[in-house]
Design a protein around this ligand. Structure first.
Ligand code: ATP
Length: 572
């Protein structure tokens, strides 16, 4: 049913899952409030994520600020390149993401990787139209649009800052402290669950694309020459893979395989990515994503960020569209080397050799009597440049002179004045910039998917009913407790049961309004897995009726056993 999404959005508002924020003031696109059920479901999903990706893996978790100063984003590259392509409709004035307009034409699934002039050509050639009003977009200029929200820090506007567009930067920036907590031992992982902000050009599809959202990210730092993960742990996990080669083939298909096989036959080239795809697949299933509507899709070469050597997305099918739930990227040393270069701190780890090694080191020892008077204030900068060059590119010293750029001005330094030499030294180890593997999960999209995949319609006693078949592990309300009739004694007993279940740590709702059928329907829509009804017989036999949501079967249970039974059901 391609209308499930629409119906879900309606249910979500009515039952307190999520709704447009600031509605009283007309609302603004891309901001949503999670109501009581939604906030609880989201909290349960986040807890389950922490449990699996931080606690069970022995990774640490941090909580960094959401506003960071400008230099961080200069270093990370976001200021220059965190853009989407924008095209404005000449008729209605609505802005659209140009690559989304193009993507809707099936011939151009890979639109994200096309450069702006080519997107403009595609728009013209295929006479693509504005999704809002239908006006032709041909001839409209496509412009880059930076997605970061800017702000200023403190009074005045001297200190620009930005709301982080991903939680990851907080982890990368703090690496010099974090490596100390990890006692300078690789590998180690750092997780973070928190808000990220992107000024999306056209937020859409409810909480799937918003301007403020929650990410759960893990940055797993490894020695580039070091150990590989133990694939055995996930080798048997069944996965559906859509590799780049299949996407570009004429009759490309989704492969049904296992992680172990996919590693063996090279479909997943990076063992760390394979490892995380395996645990992610199992985790997604455990929180209620329908595995028949789930796959991993590899990024096409042009779609990858320039630093990523390989990248796979977890995708879920919703109303006939595949939506990205998470990205799994090998980011190499890109992030840490940028911060190492731009900041005052070191983003390296000292890796001890098994035994001391004799290594060659290129060094410089510039002739300051030459550099000093001749180059004045630039002399210091030139020495720094020469040192960096010696470390990175010895061939620069092979000619008569070395060329050094200082703030756009080029200087020729005779090689003999640089004191360049290659020395042999015995060293105990070396400083390396770790590589990083990043599983990056979107929480809001997952909450939406979990509700969407759980959305059911059936008939009970000849009446239509809607229910959310949420997994008890994440269901926001675990049990509903109802006195059958309005009666002091029934109500008092019901209240006692509520207290007892709440003491056992369960999320309980008490409801004594409306007929019992209506109360069941309400909890069905909320997705409450169990309801407990107290009737007159209960006062005689100390037993209650427990009704299960999906099957609607009912069973009598002694009140005494209720707490343990229900807690066991929750644990699964
Ligand atoms: P898209 O291509 O859909 O814009 P992306 O590839 O830019 O997403 P990433 O930068 O990889 O997304 O972010 C990691 C995860 O964060 C995504 O898989 C998604 O679940 C979530 N996410 C990204 N942007 C948004 C958004 N605007 N609203 C909700 N979730 C988002």
């Amino acid at each position: 049913d391609d209308r499930t999404g629409e119906k879900l959005v309606e249910l979500a508002k009515r039952r307190g899952y999520f709704f447009q924020a600031s509605g009283a003031y007309g609302g603004v696109g891309g901001f949503y409030t999670f109501g009581p059920q939604g906030a609880a479901l989201k909290g349960n999903v986040e807890d389950a994520w922490r449990e699996r990706f931080a606690v069970a893996e022995g990774n640490m978790e941090i909580d960094a600020p959401t506003i960071m100063p400008e230099p961080v984003f200069e270093a990370s590259g976001h200021l220059d390149t965190f853009d989407d392509m924008l095209v404005e409709c000449p008729d209605c004035g609505e802005s659209h993401r140009a690559d989304h307009v193009v993507e809707d034409d099936t011939e151009y699934e890979d639109a994200e990787s096309l450069p702006i002039p080519e997107v403009e050509e595609v728009i013209a050639e295929y006479e693509l139209i504005c999704p809002d009003c239908g006006a032709g977009l041909a001839g409209q200029a496509v412009e880059p649009f930076n997605l970061m929200f800017a702000t200023t820090i403190g009074p005045g506007d001297s200190q620009p800052g930005y709301l982080r567009p991903e939680t990851a930067q907080g982890i990368f920036v703090e690496f010099p402290r974090l490596k100390e907590y990890a006692r300078n031992q690789l590998p180690f992982g750092v997780a973070q669950v928190g808000r990220a902000y992107r000024n999306e050009i056209s937020p859409r599809r409810s909480i799937i694309r918003t301007r403020e959202f929650t990410q759960a990210e893990l940055e797993y730092f490894v020695d580039p020459e070091g150990e590989e993960p133990d694939i055995d742990d996930v080798a048997d996990v069944d996965v559906r893979l859509y590799p780049a080669a299949e996407q570009t083939a004429d009759d490309g298909t989704v492969l049904e395989t296992t992680i172990g096989e996919a590693v063996d036959d090279g479909t997943i080239a990076d063992p760390w990515i394979a490892y995380y795809l395996g645990i992610a697949r199992e985790w997604y299933e455990s929180v209620g994503v329908d595995m028949d509507r789930f796959r991993f899709r590899q990024h096409l070469a042009g779609e990858r960020s320039h630093y990523a050597s390989d990248c796979w997305d977890a995708e879920a099918e919703l109303d006939g569209n595949w939506i990205e739930l998470a990205g799994f990227a090998h980011r190499g040393d890109y992030d840490l080397s940028k911060h190492d270069e731009y900041s005052e701190d070191r983003y390296t780890i000292f890796q001890q050799y098994d035994e001391p090694k004799t290594v060659e080191r290129a060094v410089v020892d510039p002739d300051m009597s030459y550099l000093g008077p001749e180059f004045g204030a630039d002399a210091g900068a030139i020495v720094d440049e020469l040192e960096t060059l010696a470390e990175r590119d010895r061939t620069a010293f092979e000619g008569e002179a070395v060329e050094v750029d200082i703030e756009g001005e080029s200087h020729e330094i005779p090689v003999e004045k640089t004191g360049f030499a290659v020395e042999e030294r015995t060293e105990a180890g070396e400083h390396v910039i770790p590589h990083v593997i990043e599983p990056s999960f979107g929480v809001d999209r997952l909450v939406y998917t979990v509700c969407h995949h759980a959305y059911r319609e059936d008939e009970v006693d000849g009446e239509a009913r809607t229910y959310l078949a949420l997994d008890p592990k994440v269901a926001p309300t675990f049990v509903g407790v109802f006195p059958l009739q309005s009666d002091d004694e029934l109500e008092a007993t019901a209240r006692e049961i509520v207290d007892e279940l709440r003491e056992a740590g369960l999320a309980v709702t008490y409801d004594d309004s409306g007929n019992i059928g209506r109360r069941y329907r309400r909890q069905d829509e909320v997705g409450t897995p169990f309801c407990v009804t107290i009737d007159y017989e209960s006062l005689e036999d100390d037993a209650v009726t427990v009704r299960e949501r999906d099957s609607t079967t009912q069973k009598r249970l002694p009140i005494e056993e209720l707490g343990d039974t229900v807690a066991a059901l929750r644990a699964g």
